[in-house]
Design a binder for this molecule. Structure first.
Ligand SMILES: Cc1cc2nc3c(=O)[nH]c(=O)nc-3n(C[C@H](O)[C@H](O)[C@H](O)COP(=O)(O)O)c2cc1C
Length: 176
């Protein structure tokens, strides 16, 4: 039997890009008050046709039911300077609910989904499927739109990475 401690000790060695998952509650008033979001590393590419990704969402996360009801969510891949946003959406600053969206430059898509500006990439997804997995739901999102920064005018930005319970960047290995 693998204990929670062993599970966490193993998984913390997997370096992961940090994302914020966000959605707007269908049943709430318009605007940020009805928005919910959380920091996530359990994000994976699933398929390129149709373009899909997966997100592991703890069922106790306040955004969980909002995403299930809305049937739409965004995946915002953070740059390394956006660690304050990661902390905010992980509940580490005390900001809660719609208040979290005061940190970062948030816009709203035509479909009413919150999207963060200044990311490495942002995906807007519709909820295609959900898989029940213990404490978590794996939400499968069909990627409807992708926003990429203009890397032609600048070098690609450094991602925010989480490893051993710390944030870091990446250090490319020189080739040749
Ligand atoms: C680096 C990092 C990665 C996280 N990854 C996930 C994740 O993939 N899925 C998840 O459900 N929670 C994840 N969490 C935890 C949530 O961000 C955290 O519990 C958040 O406060 C949940 O939102 P709530 O307070 O509105 O319920 C992560 C936290 C951190 C700091």
């Amino acid at each position: 039997m693998v204990t929670k401690h062993e599970f966490k000790a193993g998984m913390q060695r997997l370096a992961s890009g940090v994302c914020v998952i966000a959605a707007a509650d269908r049943d709430s008033p318009h605007g940020k008050a009805g928005w919910r979001g959380f920091t996530a590393t359990a994000v994976m590419s699933v398929s390129d046709s149709p373009p899909t990704l997966g997100v592991g969402i703890n069922k106790s996360t306040r955004a969980h039911d909002v995403i299930m009801r809305a049937g739409r969510f965004s995946v915002n891949i953070l740059q390394c300077e956006q660690d304050d946003i990661a902390d905010t959406f992980a509940g580490r600053t005390g900001a809660d609910g719609g208040e979290r969206f005061e940190t970062g430059d948030w816009r709203v898509s035509g479909e009413g989904c919150p999207l963060l500006a200044g990311t490495l990439a942002t995906f807007e997804c519709s909820l295609l499927d959900r898989i029940d997995a213990g404490t978590h739901t794996v939400a499968i999102g069909r990627i409807e739109r992708v926003r990429l920064p203009d890397t032609e005018v600048s070098a690609p930005p450094t991602p925010l990475v989480y490893w051993y319970r710390e944030y870091g960047g990446v250090c490319p290995i020189p080739q040749g």
